[in-house]
Design a protein around this ligand. Structure first.
Ligand SMILES: Cc1cn([C@@H]2O[C@H](COP(=O)(O)OP(=O)(O)OP(=O)(O)O)[C@@H](O)[C@H]2O)c(=O)[nH]c1=O
Length: 680
């Protein structure tokens, strides 16, 4: 079910989040948006003194973050996004703008300035809509807005402040606190959008999308859309729209054609608003034939490069040649010179460049996955976390691999945004983790996905390499991939092999930790005092539930073989509101609880087993009980999300269901059913 039809308007578009903030990633993916993350390299160093109001600073920073990514991607990633979203969150108190603290003392200064006071949290957001023109230039059009939320802190003693600071939570957060986690304890009240404080004003964002895609469908469907930038009120909102009748001028930003358009909202007090020229782009191609245009920046190219160009020219009506070269790819000739080939397409019969890029991305997707799996398995991210700034030869030595192979792997990771490389004069570049890899790829990061990545590499990947057989036979391919039946695999995982069991538990643990909080906070559970997480494995989800709901105790119910290992996964601060009970949910009595939780369980089992489990839950429920389901539910039209449809290809005995499949199936209205979509 898509709650917000606006989000679905972005389906099929290359949406990019220009942010390394895990909170923004979580907020947008929980809303069902599918996007890539390309953290911005824009340094947040604008002169705050130049802005009349703090929100203008946040909006301008958000805009620069988004534009930097929009401009970089066509060159670094060889693809042009459709939409880039940038955001910047700041906290303001007593006329000061607080960003992320640089160290603990800074965090202390910030938090003590907030103690006992009301302050404002502003998140500036910029949406950059990119339109590729025929001449390979890109028009960037901007929608920018901000949201303000007022937050009041309780009086905080120094002891409390230092305890909080020493938890490590403040360091990557504006104002030095995270309202969504421990920092929530400091807060007396919040007036306004909570998610705005966390880092992204989802509601306001959806309203802006609504303006773009729903209220102005006719304009958004056109090749060219224009921008109205309004700076005439303290609310610096820009609305992307074809001019409704009566509205004045609009503007288009094209940083690639700076001579024509000044960048708007320049951070100077006196600078006038942007050029408000009405810009419409001709969508038709003037040239009906393919053109191979050779550009060479300096001097002559050597013979080999000429040969390449000539052979391409000969093949301009050869489909394969067009498909390979119908994009601007920098080709490096043996002289080291870069030749750019631009092929202009015939509008009527040839595919659009964006479409070609989407196909190429799909073709390459498995290479990117495998590069991630391999770097993770070879502990590249852990190594670069403990020793940032190693070059390829040093990394190769540590991970016991060839220098050539390691250099290729590191560069591939840089291109995927997983590593940063720092060039050094006359020396090989050195590497370090990006925020993305620090958050998700380290073994010991709180949101580590390493266990799940290893599961994808060791279990999912071999199954998918037999996809053709799986499709032909309509059955899973355990025997081909592992030489074992799925029953034997199950036995191994849970009973025969300690190592297989730990690997599996580790995978489930990591995905539950990353998604747990979103599931735990998706609903108001204040009416429930006890919960039972069926198949709750290591208890990762259960701990998130107890953290989010102080009045709730959770029993984890899982197979004895799992429960006996659960102590390996105890969190640092254990919580005696989580307990473990061993049993088989198909055979044994379920522990009594007000709320039953089934997170990522149903899709594994065939219909009859799902029926058995749900009717056992129905029997265990009394009035006022609830069932919380978290799955990658299919949309009601079963067209998405592709994550669910792709998961179905593993041909496990279970299936992907829509929300109504499950509610229709069962329970005879014995309890409330709470369903949330586990996109990640
Ligand atoms: C007040 C508050 C802030 N934050 C985080 O603070 C960062 C702000 O920094 P930013 O510069 O806007 O973003 P960033 O993290 O540096 O990422 P980027 O967009 O790449 O600049 C963002 O993360 C926010 O979630 C919380 O998680 N909880 C809160 O209660």
């Amino acid at each position: 079910m898509v709650l917000n039809p606006v989000i679905s308007k972005l389906a099929g578009k290359l949406v990019v989040l220009a942010s390394a903030s895990p909170r923004r990633l979580e907020i947008l993916s929980n809303a069902g948006l599918r996007f890539e993350v390309v953290p911005s390299w824009f340094k947040e160093t604008l002169d705050k003194g130049l802005f009349k109001a703090p929100h203008e600073y946040a909006v301008e920073t958000a805009k620069q973050k988004a534009l930097e990514v929009a401009r970089r991607m066509p060159f670094k990633h060889l693809k042009t996004p459709d939409i880039v979203i940038g955001a910047d969150t700041i906290v303001t108190v007593d006329g000061m703008i607080l960003e992320k603290p640089v160290d603990k003392e800074d965090a202390y200064r910030m938090l003590s300035s907030l103690s006992g006071k009301e302050h404002s949290v502003f998140t500036g957001v910029a949406i950059v809509v990119c339109h590729e023109k025929e001449n390979e230039e890109v028009d960037y059009q901007l929608i920018e807005f901000y949201e303000e939320t007022k937050v009041k802190f309780a009086d905080l003693s120094d002891n409390m402040l230092w305890e909080y600071i020493n938890s490590g939570e403040p360091m990557d957060k504006a104002g030095g606190y995270g309202i969504q986690a421990l920092g929530g304890m400091l807060v007396e009240y919040v007036h306004g959008d909570f998610l705005n404080v966390v880092g992204f004003p989802l509601n306001h964002f959806c309203k802006q999308l609504d303006l773009i895609y729903n209220r102005c469908t006719s304009s958004a469907d056109q090749e060219s859309v224009s921008v109205r930038l309004s700076h005439n009120s303290s609310h610096a909102t820009s609305i992307l729209t074809q001019p409704p009748p009566g509205l004045p001028a609009q503007s288009s930003h094209s940083p690639s054609s700076k001579a024509k358009h000044n960048p708007s909202s320049s951070p100077t007090q006196n600078s006038p608003p942007a050029n408000y020229t009405h810009h419409t782009q001709n969508s038709s191609s003037a040239n009906p034939v393919h053109k191979v245009k050779r550009k060479s920046s300096e001097g002559e190219v050597d013979e080999s490069s000429w040969m390449l160009v000539n052979s391409l020219s000969k093949h301009t009506d050869d489909r394969e040649a067009e498909f390979i070269y119908n994009t601007t790819l920098p080709l490096v000739a043996s002289s080291g010179q870069v030749i750019e080939l631009n092929v202009t397409e015939h509008e009527d019969s040839e595919p659009k460049k964006d479409d070609l890029q989407r196909i190429i991305d799909l073709m390459d997707g498995f290479k990117a996955s495998k590069a991630l799996f391999t770097a993770s398995k070879m502990c590249v991210f852990d190594l670069l976390q403990s020793r940032p700034g190693l070059d390829a030869a040093q990394v190769a030595q540590e991970i016991k691999a060839s220098v050539k192979g390691t250099a290729c792997l590191l560069e591939a990771c840089v291109s995927l945004g997983l590593l940063k490389s720092k060039p050094r004069a006359c020396q090989k570049p050195v590497y370090e983790n990006t925020d993305l890899s620090s958050h998700f790829l380290l073994s010991d990061a709180p949101f580590s996905l390493r266990g799940y990545i290893q599961h994808c590499n060791d279990t999912v990947w071999p199954l998918f390499s037999h996809l053709e057989s799986a499709v032909r036979e309509g059955a899973n391919q355990c025997e081909k991939a592992f030489g074992k039946t799925s029953k034997d695999m199950f036995q191994d995982t849970f009973y025969n092999s300690q190592e297989a069991k730990l690997r599996f538990m580790n995978a489930m643990h990591s995905i539950a930790k990353v998604t747990g909080r979103a599931v735990a906070t998706a609903f108001d559970l204040s009416s429930f005092k006890t919960a039972c997480d069926l198949g709750g494995c290591t208890g990762a989800m259960a701990y998130e539930f107890t953290k989010a709901h102080p009045g709730l105790s959770v029993t984890v119910f899982d197979l004895p073989a799992v429960v006996e290992m659960s102590e390996h996964f105890l969190p640092l601060h254990t919580d005696n509101r989580v307990s473990f009970v061993a049993g088989d949910f198909f055979k044994d009595d379920l522990p009594k609880a007000d709320l039953y939780i089934l997170a990522r369980i149903l899709h594994d089992w065939p219909d009859e087993k799902v029926g058995i489990l749900l009717s056992k839950i129905a029997n265990a429920c009394t009035a006022g009980c609830g069932l919380l389901l978290s799955e990658i539910f299919l949309d009601e039209d079963r067209r998405g999300p592709s994550r669910g449809l792709l998961q179905a290809l593993s041909m496990s005995e279970g299936k992907q269901s829509s929300a109504t499949d499950v509610t229709d199936n069962t329970l005879n209205n014995t309890c409330d059913i709470l369903m949330c979509n586990a996109h990640s």
